[in-house]
Structure formats: structure tokens, C-alpha cells
Design a protein. Structure first.
Length: 129
């Protein structure tokens, strides 16, 4: 892959689940919320950002665990590639499970829990307002 194809400012980028190989991945504890069980060690691999920096797309891996989300930081659309996420909405009590092939959309400000009983890999696109 050429260096220009690795750039996050490209107009069209494929979201290869094996990663961008950019060397710029963010690794460490997940930062979407408070980790309340398990490790929740993430690899955040952003393939593309908008010129203004308010939109990003990539892949996200995370080890098993549970996070309490008190104010989800962006609007996101995602597709689960591997694993499972069990999402509980704090306000309604509604529980939804998402597995391979399932898509989900989550609004900025969401409150609830994300439980990952097994490692998760997802493609995502997020708008930061």
C-alpha cells in the first residue's frame, strides 16, 4: 500500500478489519466510559478523518469487559464484525444484543452500559459535534 493510501485525509478509504497498518493506533484501556468489569483494552484504528476533524471512521477492537457510559461523546454508526456487545439503555432499561453482521446507531449523550462477553471488533463512523 502506498503512503498516500494510508493517509487519513483520503476521500475514499476501505475499512479493512485487519487494520490500517498506519502505526498510529491508539492502544490501552477503552475511554468511552468507566470500566466497571473486565479489562476493556482497546485498539482504536482511525482510517479517515474529515478536514474539520468532526468525523472519523475506522475499526475498533476491545477485550471483554463492561463499561458504564454516562455521556456518549459522539453520534456513531457501527457494524459488529466479531464478538458481541450487549447494550443496556439506562433511561429505558431496554437491553439489545449486537453480534457479527449487526449494525447499530448510538446517539451522542447515550447513558447505559456496554457489556462485551467476548472480544469485539467493529467498523465505525462517528460524528463529533
Amino acid at each position: 500500500m502506498s503512503e498516500s493510501a494510508k493517509s487519513t485525509t483520503q476521500i475514499l478509504v476501505g475499512l479493512d478489519p485487519s487494520g490500517s497498518r498506519s502505526g498510529k493506533e491508539i492502544r490501552g484501556p477503552a475511554t468511552l466510559g468507566e470500566i466497571i468489569a473486565g479489562e476493556c483494552e482497546q485498539v482504536l484504528d482511525v482510517f479517515m478523518t474529515s478536514e474539520k476533524g468532526n468525523f472519523l471512521a475506522g475499526v475498533w477492537r476491545c477485550t471483554p469487559g463492561t463499561m458504564k457510559l454516562t455521556d456518549y461523546p459522539f453520534n456513531e454508526m457501527a457494524t459488529i464484525i466479531e464478538g458481541q456487545i450487549v447494550v443496556t439503555d439506562e433511561d429505558s432499561g431496554k437491553v439489545q444484543k449486537f453480534g457479527p453482521g449487526d449494525g447499530l446507531a448510538i446517539r451522542k449523550g447515550f447513558r447505559g452500559t456496554w457489556h462485551m462477553p467476548e472480544p469485539v471488533l467493529k467498523r465505525f463512523a462517528a460524528e463529533i459535534s
